[in-house]
Design a protein around this ligand. Sequence first.
Ligand code: AHR
Length: 676
Amino acid sequence: MNPSAIKKLNHLLVLILTSIISFLPAFSQDKCMITVKADNPIAAIQPTMWGIFFEDINMGADGGLYAELVKNRSFEFNKPLDGWTVQPVDFPYVPFQKQFGEGTVMIVNRQEKNSVNPRFIRLNANNVSKGKLGITNEGFRGMGIKKGMQYNFSLMYRQQTAGLKLYVELVDSTGKNIGEVILTPSETGNKWNKQSVSFTATSTEPKAKMNIWFEGNGKIDLDIISLFPGDTWKHRAGGMRSDLVQMLADMKPGFIRFPGGCIVEGHDLSQRYQWKKTIGPVEERQLIINRWNAEIVNRPAPDYFQTFGLGFYEYFQLAEDIGAEPLPILNCGMACQFNTAEVVPVEQLDPYIQDALDLIEFANGNVNTKWGAVRVKLGHPAPFNLKMIGVGNENWGPQYVERLKIFQKALKEKYPGIKIVASSGAEYQGERFTYLKNELKKIKPEFIDEHYYNRPEWFLNNATMYDNYQRDGSKIFAGEYAAQSDRVVSTENKNNLRTAIAEAAFLTGLERNADLVNMASYAPLFAHVDGWQWKPDLIWFDNLHAFGTPNYYVQKLFSTNKGTHVVPALTNGKPLTGQDSLYASAVIDKNTNEVIIKIVNSSSVEKPVCLEIEGVKRLISPASVTILTGTSLEQENTIQSPLTVKPLEESITVNEKKINVTVNSNSLTVIRIGFN
Ligand code: AHR
């Protein structure tokens, strides 16, 4: 062959090889694709890293976590008989009063100054027989009643003479009795008395109602009419739904942020969250309208109020129960800037600051302090060990900066150890965000709360968001995030596998940057299938059941595989942040001597992955592999099919330092393996 022919042939060979290489996957399989440097801890993972965001939205508290079954138990809703029907229903309606042959039913206002619970119901019965005069409560979209379960009924009453018998009866959707108890109030005089009775339900019903029938002769005033199931969390009287708390506990959250969210700010300042009004006897907790009542135009919820039966004491107790650091967020003197944007003049900010100082004393002070003594009296002698406090939610602009500085000064003067969580506004970019970030650089709060609600693609593209983020002292609290399958505040959003996988990819970026990102939480947390305003949400429930979304399982997999230190997981010397649609992060757990690798495959094809673990003597076979995937990106969990998308665990054999796995299409895979 002449030299020119050889040259041509060579050229052809190079062309063929180049084209073959360009069709090969980005990673050659003879060399391990991901190298995990287990002996090179880059940063400690904070115990707080993965947590919970709680807000009373979507019937998250009243009608949800708070297990009270009676809606408008104290007749304080704007319409005093909201949720109630006076029986018989066909009698002509006279506002606030029903007149019967056999009696009257009337809402009475105590007209007392400063009363937090002004209204009650007054029944006047004339030799009435059972079934002729009564009141019915519809519950929160019905009452979830379980066969064989004990139900604890209570009310406050006042009467001058005894003469009435009350039949408390649960009925199913057809009106059939599914449980009953008789209550005979016996105390007389001007004082209010509390009476409680328990009974057992004979049938399961998701949408039961409660009737109270009156029998006999007499006049009686009733208030705080209440019904709780016997199986509340830790069997606490007036407690929380145990199935919902269990789902939180199962996440092993590092912190719980409460009470929100926008609810902290209020539509205007009169509706802001005031923690002092949420503790003590429930009849002394002043109810207010829930700001989500009318916020989402096409999901109005006119019967959505905050009774505060679930208040700050209960939030602290919940945090303690599930091993999470409490993170209260307080109003900073500004109402929601998407609503009225009402602002307290700086000269009048003192009560707001005092509330924050008093809250720290309430949580941590001893019995010799005013608010510490209140906590002790409520039944918790030990401190709650509050370490951090949020000043404002999604507040921005110079007005926020001015108020934050005043809060910071006052809080640090009295409690230098308390860490401050500052808002960064509602967006993670743009003029308002940049302004605030620059100001916060000077103020240096310990944490900056950043929120991201965006399309799944955004989450996939932003797994690198914190890789080159300025480290200027403050740590990041990724306080609210959720991939929106449609758009923010759209009622069409879905909790499908697509959004969950996109979030998982993003979370590998948070984990990789654990030196900077110290806390992260999905938002919102809860939604009632018949009472929601905002989608998507982490956990859905009806009156009897609850289920985790694919997004819940992503959060849970990160949280329960937190590890103690982040280590490099590199491909060609770089973090895996979407090359070939793969994302990865790795941690070691120094307590258990394990390495934990999370791999996200956002493509529609499965991929063989080889992992080489450097810096260990040997790996201990087998490794546990947990996979969250599905057959389609559109898959969702539902009440009827709660586990369509769920993690599956298997174990695989590994050799001394290598792990070979095939990661499913559209999946999050968590590999956990011990090492020497
Ligand atoms: O998570 C729902 C809402 O979104 C929160 O209340 C608010 O902080 C954010 O805008």
